[in-house]
Write a protein that binds this ligand. Sequence first.
Ligand code: BG6
Length: 489
Amino acid sequence: EAETTLSITVVGASGDLAKKKIFPALFALFYEDFLPENFIVFGYARTKMTDEELRNMISTTLTCRVDKRENCADKMEQFLMKCYYHSGQYSSEDDFAKLDCKLKEKEGGSLSNRLFYLSVPPNIFVDAVKCASNKASSVSGWTRVIVEKPFGRDSESSRELTRCLMQYLSEDQIFRIDHYLGKELVENLSVLRFSNLVFEPLWSRNYIRNVQFIFSEDFGTEGRGGYFDNYGIIRDIMQNHLLQILALFAMETPVSLDAEDIRNEKVKVLRSMRPLQLEDVIVGQYKGHSKGGKSYPGYIDDPTVPKDSVTPTFAAAALFINNSRWDGVPFLMKAGKALHIRKAEIRVQFRHVPGNLYKWNFGTDLDKATNELVLRLQPDEAIYLKINNKVPGLGMRLDRSDLNLHYSARYRREIPDAYERLLLDAIEGERRLFIRSDELDAAWALFSPLLKELEEKKIAPELYPYGSRGPVGAHYLAAKHNVRWGDLA
Ligand code: BG6
């Protein structure tokens, strides 16, 4: 039986994502023996470059994660020898036909499966897909295409993009990445919930008071202002990363762990969400600030951002799921750039213990006596549960303690990057962590009307200093729903 070669083409090979994430992830998979025996990697971009130059470029980004094993340099060399480069235009069928010739040559007449990773700006998505699919598809095996957001900027443009892609590919060839789904703790969310009796029965309005999804970065748009200004934080983080996690968190028990079963449940949650109103969100934008003799630029100080931009770099939102499990439970989201800390977490605040015998300990602030489960996605992955505990001693005083699962203390293995898992899944045809078109549609349906209104009314964002905890409006929004942000408590 003839061997099959796996050919991976990174379209947009000289871009940031390719250098920082895709090539290093491919190498990590190779290093850990997850790639098939026969594989080749092609970089494709407009820049003129030789194979050697591509290898030099990516060699600076590769690392051997596992304790710097001795064979690291050898492995890098072996990997780099499988990397090639082809320069071409993204909209030229001829150039892709030439790529096809080179691919065939390197595949050496074997059967082939071909994976294209489109790491290019959205305006050339469709052209690149068209050329790749018309001229460089595999004739003997599968052809799959990984695409990264932005998948449009509202319902209409997203549907149009899907329609265009579908002219050249079928849904099962399209792998829409949301890299948050590849994060270790996001994968673990279902395990935690569905395989622990101390959690599974509690997962509803009966025991959960509110859920918070928090994304915070301690740097601004730094050079990405041009891209960012067209999208803003709601499209950049909420509509995809945070909403995907929310859907996974809140879905009903899927029939099985199959991709279709899981995505069916996720899409049901998305479709059950109450439409977002203007009063459900607050938006913010960071302004310049000096601290300790250093000055930090404001968002509009970025030369690629218009001076009068009202694009939000921070947003908080209150969402509700209209179904029997979650009726009335606020799901709060908060996402911001240029804040005081880099962190992403899920916080689950539980209800009060009815008739709590120890309530005197907490004075009038009974909210302080409720349990809180925290999944810290990054950095420093951890799961901890805040409980009330007796302070040791002869008296009777309670305090808040943590039952703490700290990944770095418990597991010696380093955690793989999200792109490793997602690339491996795409190679193996596992679709569980990729976004199906109906999910995408439902996610846009939730946010599009709100975005339209924010933009038509040019709602002015509340300014917050670079490096601060964000606009106070976020507290008022939470307070309106009787919620306190767990990360600031
Ligand atoms: C990307 C956003 O999707 O996610 C960026 O476009 C953001 O703005 C990034 O910085 C954050 O990813 P991570 O994995 O570093 O938290």
